[in-house]
Design a protein around this ligand. Sequence first.
Ligand code: FPP
Length: 259
Amino acid sequence: MFNKIRLWKNQNNSSTLRDKIEAIKKLPVPEHVAIIMDGNGRWAKKRALPRIAGHHEGMKVVRKTTMLANDLGVKTLTLYAFSTENWKRPKNEVEYIMKLPEEFLGTFLPELVENNVQVKMMGYKNQLPVHTLHAIEKAMEETKHNNGLVLNFALNYGSRAEIIDAVKQVLNDSKSGILKENELDEQVFSSYLMTSEFADPDLLIRTSGEIRLSNFMLWQLAYSEFWFTDVLWPDFSEEHLLEAIEVFQKRQRRFGGIL
Ligand code: FPP
């Protein structure tokens, strides 16, 4: 009897989820969604677990979020997995986070390939442990011909450093005559950033109740819509992503103009 009720409830929930997905797909879906996945530590603390347990649970949410974004027709999903400032964390936590790409891709790469997802990474590669970089590069290689969702991991990424590096490159190109001063505009400057191949994010999501950007895509988020939630990243569900996109679809984007 109880099993029957549970089965009915599950069927009912998945049909409402499916209905919501279909309704969302009828309206413009954000091309690029960027997420600051925050609250793993607090999720673990609430359960008297070590912080790394929160990161592990957060990794599972990466899979669900990727699959749904792909299903919705999102073109790029950028996930802030590790910032240039996160090295300040305890050694064991940093080492654990650096093992997650291997675990994630070791388990889910076949599913990503099967679902036409392309894996990419932005951030400073040279400071990453060899095993982390190897896992990411293997996934990038194996998915390079896929043309569905681009799953872009921001790993050892920091926006200010990215901008400074872009400015240095602009100065070099100007000195060597490749770039003339009057040719430099916003579009050209964007091409010097790590995101040169992507459109700017349409929607930024941050979990865990923190209302700040934490050095994430400062240039690229100039005209993005922001959606903040108190939900901790390991508790972030498909329903939450759908809610964020529903809110996005109701917003009027004016890009500084008037309607
Ligand atoms: C912020 O929460 C989270 C991180 C710095 C790590 C995010 C990493 C994942 C979600 C897993 C990534 C998975 C792959 C495949 C790379 P926090 O630790 O700052 O949480 P707190 O603010 O509650 O302490």
